[in-house]
Design a protein around this ligand. Structure first.
Ligand SMILES: [Fe+2]
Length: 312
């Protein structure tokens, strides 16, 4: 299963690594923190995510073991095995044989364990969505990344940034409740079929609302197809009643669909797609479109044509 990395928890990784650094004064520097995901180990250092890799199985029992120029120690916490590696001191003769995991780090590892489990469950949920609802692989990941970039440009942070990421990942989760036959229709939908498909935002919001603490995300999922000109669904809300997060995810979702799922649009540039969205007066929020344009400018891809599936 593809690992799902939540950018929202990068601060927790950072604080765990900082805590390790503070306790390494006599043992080494540059700590890395790894956990196992299937056969692959997933790690972070102070600069962020490290490339996933396979390690020799004896590292799982490591106690100050030297490997690849670093010192490795494993920590078992509940059912998870963590690996902490440090760059040893270069003092001649110093082998840091007795280096122990600082006990102050254990609560943070415990918290990270809970988040990792949540990431696995989210990854599993999105895999089900991909298989059950014919969701294109990679769509939700691109919508998540684009939504976060737009949100950052608009100054979202903290709790709202986490809600933005979860909304972007789960916005179409209600599609798992629809019959596959209706999601595979390639002709235009009948009014009844359209109403059925459109019910996915209400169904998804209902599923998420049952999770304690996720009420705001549920509201944002409910409104991800609402439009400032009141032409959206399910309620036809006016701009002032649509959560900003819904407007961001709705625009990112449309942009990705317009640049990846329409074979006849494969020759258009991102610039042309953006212009089409700007031209649909009232369908998208002006602030979001401004931020989207800034993100594309920053990435330097405004004039680049999107890759079509036939080229993959
Ligand atoms: Fe949707």
């Amino acid at each position: 299963m593809k690992p799902l990395e939540l950018s929202s928890i990068s601060e927790i990784w950072k604080s765990a690594l900082q805590m390790l650094s503070h306790n390494l004064s006599s043992g080494g520097s540059d700590p890395q923190l790894w956990f196992q995901w299937g056969k692959i180990w997933r790690g972070h250092d102070s600069n962020g995510i490290l490339p996933s890799t396979e390690f020799p199985t004896n590292l799982q029992e490591a106690k100050a073991l030297r490997f690849a120029g670093r010192t490795w120690t494993s920590v078992k916490h509940e059912e998870m095995i963590w690996l902490i590696s440090i760059k040893p001191e270069t003092v001649p003769g110093f082998e840091s044989p007795d280096w122990e995991i600082p006990t102050t780090v254990i609560p943070t590892l415990k918290m990270l364990s809970e988040f990792v489990k949540m990431e696995c469950l989210l990854g599993l949920t999105l895999k089900i969505l991909e298989n059950r609802a014919g969701e294109h692989s990679g769509h939700w990941d691109r919508v998540r990344n684009l939504s976060l970039a737009i949100g950052k440009k608009m100054g979202l942070s903290g709790k709202r940034f986490i809600e933005l990421e979860l909304t972007a990942l789960l916005h179409d989760i209600g599609k798992v409740a629809l019959p596959p036959s209706i999601l595979e229709v390639s002709r235009s939908l009948s009014p009844l079929e359209r109403r059925q498909v459109e019910s996915h935002s209400v169904i998804g919001a209902g599923m998420i609302r049952e999770i304690p603490g996720m009420e705001s995300v549920a509201e944002c999922v409910l409104s991800h197809h609402e439009s400032p000109d009141k032409s959206g669904y399910p309620k036809g809300l006016p701009l002032e009643d649509i959560p900003l997060i819904s407007l961001i995810v709705g625009a990112a979702d449309s942009f990705d669909a317009m640049t990846h799922f329409r074979p006849y649009a494969a020759e258009r540039t991102y610039q042309e797609t953006l212009e089409e969205m700007v031209g649909q007066t009232g369908k998208y929020d002006d602030r979001v479109l401004w931020a989207l344009k800034e993100v594309l400018k920053d990435l330097g891809i405004l004039e680049i044509k999107p890759v079509s599936f036939s080229e993959l």
